[in-house]
Design a protein around this ligand. Structure first.
Ligand code: GDP
Length: 296
């Protein structure tokens, strides 16, 4: 877990540690320093305020006097801020259709490829649907990933109806007795009405043609874009029933606190993080482990 998070870990740990060792008493300056570090790490203003309030209460309740003794309480407060209930991965075990949405460039196709590889390695039969027919080369790129992961892919011509691709892919998934159908779908946020219609149409087809499949809709967000990622997620939540998040490029940022902001603001679990460009660079996300890794 820590390997892909080196940048975040280094900046957080040294920053936080210098606060705990640099202050001799718990005062306003002490809390302000913590606030600054958390905000710098992209935890976001609101979540940071709530974490600090929680920390202050814990300090009071536990009659803590020494700054070093606050570290455990801060870790606890961040974990509590990230609580989103239990994160289920039913699609890893049941016959499922997973729709993956996200705007261009966030790492959507790469994440679909990595996820296909991961599921395949777990012994599951995977079919990919290249339903992002809007972007030229998206299908070819996904095909490369399908090849890399050793799974089948159903595609369409550029500009084809994405719902028609999904229809064909559902038929193929049923015929080949696939466990998981992973659909790479478009994410044109500048045209929300069309996107909503497209996703509705896709969902109607799956409802009708594959009613017994478990359903999941994951949004892919670029972790290096900080609060923009949060804004994007909110827009997707307006057009789709998002059940989880894949947060990519976490290896390329020192501001991994965005994972805290996302779970805290949206109440939706980050299910995976991307920590590199190869097929193995997708990790299951666990809030507690994440926070422990950052502060260890
Ligand atoms: P899409 O347009 O959303 O489908 O994005 P792509 O899957 O084409 O990815 C865009 C770029 O981001 C590519 O160069 C990927 O290799 C890169 N990328 C995707 N995920 C990660 C990640 O977790 N870490 C790093 N470092 N790069 C990533």
């Amino acid at each position: 877990m820590v390997a892909g998070l080196t940048k975040t870990r280094d900046s957080f740990v040294s920053g936080i540690d210098s606060i705990f060792s640099g202050f001799s008493s718990i005062d306003d300056d002490f809390y302000e320093e913590i606030e600054e570090i958390l905000i710098m790490g992209d935890i976001g203003v609101r979540a940071t305020q709530e974490i600090l309030e929680n920390l202050q209460q814990k300090v009071k309740e536990n009659h803590i006097k020494q700054p070093e003794e606050c570290k455990e309480l801060l870790i606890q407060s961040i974990k509590e801020q990230m609580e989103v209930g239990e994160t289920a991965y039913r699609f890893e075990h049941e016959k499922s259709v997973v729709l993956v949405v996200g705007v261009n460039g966030v790492g959507k196709t790469t994440s679909v490829g990595k996820l296909a590889g991961k599921l395949k390695a777990q012994g599951r039969k995977v079919v990919l649907a290249a339903a992002d027919t809007f972007r030229a080369a998206a299908g070819a790129q996904l095909e490369e990933w399908a090849h890399r992961a050793g799974v089948d892919m159903i595609g369409g011509q550029e500009g084809a109806d994405p719902a028609a691709v999904v229809y064909d892919a559902v038929a193929a998934a049923k015929a080949r007795k696939a466990d998981v159908l992973l659909c790479d779908t478009a994410g044109r946020l500048h045209n929300k009405k069309n996107l909503m219609e497209e996703l509705k149409k896709i969902n109607r087809i799956i409802d009708k043609e594959y009613p017994d499949a478990f359903r999941e809709t994951l949004v892919v967000l670029d972790g290096t874009t900080g609060q923009n990622a949060l804004a994007q997620a909110k827009q997707f939540m307006e057009v789709a029933d998002i059940t989880g998040i894949i947060l990519t490029k976490m290896d390329g940022t020192a501001k991994g606190g965005i994972a805290v902001a996302i779970q805290s603001e949206l109440g939706i679990p980050v299910k995976y993080i991307g920590v590199g460009e190869t097929i193995d660079d997708l990790q299951k996300f666990d809030s507690e482990q994440f926070v422990d890794a950052l502060f260890s």
